[in-house]
Write a protein that binds this ligand. Structure first.
Ligand code: SAM
Length: 247
């Protein structure tokens, strides 16, 4: 069965070609989640822990590492990484990886992050913050009637900016950089645009640098993104979703 149109304006904008019914269903599901600044604290806590443990070890002899979080939304992803780093590692390691440069194309999301807008978090999220920080939720977040605010201990270790990675990749330091580009690849118009961006990032980075995608990037691109990343000059690492620029 071929579906030529759907009763959803934005959906039609996103995917104009006729699609087999099964693909259509998948795209609608994708659509439902890509049009949001969807994020949460420790959304992928186990993965973040593996990533940080891995890069701390990899860069053990270096004094500075550039940690970028593109598509940072309201900052919960970057703050999660920061909370884990501070909870587990000594100050010199935290200093090495901070400030985290967090950027998003959406100025509303960045405004919220800069103005420390309240975070409404569910029970599972609270449990995750405690799980990955040795029960330090209250140390990092201030609870005011169920609305959570970022405390100063985190604030000065993050820099938020509005930026579109399609152009801003040029500002990434080519050396000793770890670039999170998680869960927004399906926003890009099509696989040609994705390949163009990945190639540009690949050209920008040297072989001591990494990129990391998210699970939604795989799902939302029919699992093609892995091959595109390899095509752009990266290789897999022992950490799932983390790729290293090839030498
Ligand atoms: C689904 S959220 C993911 C947030 C976070 N990375 C996570 O995984 O929890 C996608 C974010 O990517 C941002 N985004 C989309 N296209 C972008 C681009 N070209 N450059 C920078 N950010 C982008 C959106 O504004 C949105 O905040």
């Amino acid at each position: 069965m071929i579906i030529n149109s759907a009763n959803r304006g934005n959906y039609i904008e996103y995917k104009k070609n006729p699609l087999p019914f099964r693909s259509w269903k998948r795209e609608v599901r994708t659509y439902n989640s890509i049009n949001r600044n969807d994020t949460s604290f420790f959304r992928d806590g186990d993965l973040f822990a593996k990533l940080i443990d891995y890069i701390v070890k990899f860069f053990k002899n270096d004094s500075k590492v550039n940690l970028y979080n593109y598509g940072c939304s309201n900052g919960e992803e970057a703050y999660s990484i920061l909370m884990y780093l501070i909870s587990k590692f000594p100050k010199d390691i935290v200093d090495k990886f901070t400030p985290i440069i967090a950027k998003d194309i959406d100025n509303f999301a960045i405004e919220k992050a800069i103005n420390n807008a309240p975070h409404i978090i569910c029970t599972e999220e609270k449990e995750n913050v405690n799980k990955f920080t040795n029960n330090k939720l209250d140390h990092f977040l201030e609870n005011k009637n169920g609305r959570y605010f970022i405390k100063d201990i985190l604030k000065n270790k993050l820099e938020f900016k509005v930026a579109d990675i399609k152009y801003d990749y040029k500002n990434i330091n080519p050396n000793k950089s770890v670039v999170l580009i998680r869960n927004f690849m399906p926003y890009l118009e099509n696989s040609i645009e994705r390949q163009k961006l990945l190639n540009n990032i690949g050209h920008q980075l040297q072989n001591d640098s990494f990129i990391m995608i998210g699970e939604f990037d795989l799902r939302g691109t029919d699992w093609k993104i892995n091959n595109q990343i390899i095509e752009a000059g990266f290789e897999r690492t022992p950490v799932e979703y983390l790729f290293k620029k090839k030498g």
